[in-house]
Design a binder for this molecule. Structure first.
Ligand code: GTP
Ligand code: MG
Length: 513
């Protein structure tokens, strides 16, 4: 049996950023040019987006691993590395992106909806961008950040106005074929349809979409016969049409029983809490008695109508083969759908889904971890962890720059506050993947503060600055200016390289120094 493919696990890797370059400018008669190493390009992100032409996730079933290109490295003469193109993956309208923990990350409805599954890494700054008053000729550059990796489940919940539901072989695909331009597979064996077929039906001036859902059987709501996979497609439909087979040869079945069984499954299916809406069993429903071109079928249709009429649903006697009754069925559906659309116009608009942005990427935490023989200070935070990834640890200057950045963010202050002393073990990131090092405070003030541990450091700090001589103040001011120019430099370069996000937030970072 063919595999049902509207639920696939997709594994993606975004591209890494290109590394920055440390280079010294060379020109005739100017032996000592300044630093001119360019910044690396951004790695490509992996983005899924709605393409209305797509109807299945089959492509991703066949090739579930996708990778975006890396950014190129910078070069001398202030040349930036090229950024990689994003890898854009087309998915059908109605695709849901679910994390491996089952959290719905995005519900892609409507043309234009897209979601960044894995973000490309930023390019590393070249030494030209790292130069500042204090560091006139940096002999190092930053590494590009690795691209994100992610595994997500893509799940298709078809979006159609009408869902045709019913037992296998009741003629759902035949009806959609007779009423629209789609040509689904039709055969006399059950479970012919494995992926819903989506057709556009014209009834006079109105148009609506109809999905033929794979056949349902008793127990479908508990997952029998791939029931969950099938029921999932009905969740977004506004009208449910029960296709009943009036010519079935199975002894224990007849249209009334079939309807009871399928209705029970709809009631039992709780669906996805995310697609909140009217429970399936309470949506507008119609009954379609199919195969009345067969004399026995027409006769049975007449017999069961009496019972079915009591349910109060509109009933249509049709034949997908002779097309009898299909026009009336189409017009009635068009009218019902017009009513439904009028009730919920807001659902027609396509929301553009973007990756939720981190709340505060300058925030970090310092935790003293003591666990058996282990005793270390752990730093977690978006910025410190990113900076670590950008650092070339074989280059002392680069390591020094990292230390400066951490000090500027306030990481050192927090380490002091948490009780760290020179030589304490510090981990930035997780215990498994982070970097571990022996802490050497960069601040001269650190040693002073350290000698007085146990007293209120803020009071100490105030006293200290009151004591500071004019010279000290001047030196402090110069340091601050240096730091500002470095940060501003960084901001501009990131802007040039096209991977800055929110200027307000970056400005704050500078202002906060
Ligand atoms: N005589 C007659 N045969 C029909 C009619 N509609 C469908 N059939 C036949 O019934 C069989 C099943 O039709 P399908 O359209 O594949 O049924 P289905 O409900 O899509 O079945 P699954 O995809 O397996 O759930 C085929 O052999 C069709 O030719 C009809 O109106 N009259
Ligand atoms: Mg079918």
């Amino acid at each position: 049996m063919a595999t049902f493919v509207d639920r696939v696990v997709l594994n993606v890797s975004a591209g890494s950023g290109g590394r920055g370059i440390a280079s010294v400018h060379r020109e005739k008669f100017k032996p000592l040019g300044g630093p001119d190493g360019g910044t690396g390009g951004r790695g490509g992100s992996v983005i899924v987006y709605v393409d209305a032409q797509m109807t299945t996730l089959l492509d991703y079933h066949h090739a579930p691993h996708r990778r975006a290109d890396n950014g190129r490295q910078g070069a001398g003469n202030w040349r930036h590395g090229a950024s990689a193109d994003d890898l854009r993956l087309a998915v059908p309208n109605g695709t849901i992106v679910v994390s491996m923990d089952g959290e719905v990350l995005a519900d892609l409805v409507g043309e234009g909806a897209e979601f960044v599954v894995a973000a490309g890494g930023r390019g590393g700054l070249g030494n030209a961008a790292l130069a500042s008053l204090k560091r006139k000729a940096p002999g190092f550059a930053l590494l590009g950040e690795p691209g994100e990796e992610a595994s997500v489940t893509l799940e298709l919940k078809s979006i159609a106005d009408v869902a045709l539901v019913g037992y296998p072989s009741s003629g759902k695909s035949s009806i959609i074929a007779a009423m629209s331009a789609v040509r689904p597979k039709i055969a006399e064996y059950p479970f012919t349809t494995l992926v819903p077929n989506l057709g556009v039906v014209a009834a006079g001036a109105s148009r609506f979409t109809m999905a033929d859902v794979p056949g349902l059987i008793p127990g479908a709501s508990e997952g029998k016969g791939l029931g969950h996979d099938f029921l999932r497609h009905i969740e977004r439909c506004s009208v449910i049409a029960h296709v009943l087979d009036t010519a079935t040869l199975e002894a224990d079945r007849d249209p009334v029983k079939d309807l009871e069984v399928i209705s029970e499954e709809l009631r039992a299916y709780s669906g996805d809490a995310h697609i909140a809406g009217v429970p399936l069993a309470e949506r507008p429903q119609v009954i379609v008695l199919n195969k009345v071109d067969i004399p026995d079928g027409r006769e049975l249709a007449k017999i069961v109508r009496e019972d079915l009429d009591k349910l109060g649903m509109p009933i249509f006697e049709v034949s997908a083969v002779s097309h009898e009754g299909l026009d009336a069925f189409g017009y009635a559906l068009a009218a019902m759908i017009a009513d439904e659309r009028a009730k919920k116009p807001e659902l027609e608009r396509a929301p553009i889904v973007l990756r939720p942005k981190a709340v505060d990427d300058a925030a970090f935490t310092v935790t003293h971890v003591r666990d058996g023989a282990e005793d270390f200070y752990q730093i977690r935070g978006i910025k410190p962890e990113r900076w670590v990834r950008q650092t070339d640890f074989t280059n002392d200057e680069a390591v020094g720059y990292l230390a400066d950045r951490l000090a500027r963010l306030g990481v050192e202050d927090e380490l002091f506050r948490a009780g760290a002393i020179p030589g304490s073990q510090v981990v930035i990131g997780t215990r498994e993947t982070g970097v571990l090092f022996d802490w050497e405070p960069t601040m001269a003030a650190g040693a002073e503060l350290l000698g007085r541990r146990g007293t209120d450091l803020r009071v100490e700090e105030m006293e200290r600055s009151a004591r500071a001589t004019r010279n000290e103040k001047r030196a402090e001011h110069k340091d601050r200016m240096d730091a500002k120019s470095a940060a501003r430099e960084e901001l501009w370069t990131e802007r040039d390289a096209g991977h800055w996000t929110d200027p307000a937030e970056d400005d704050q970072e500078i202002a906060g120094e």
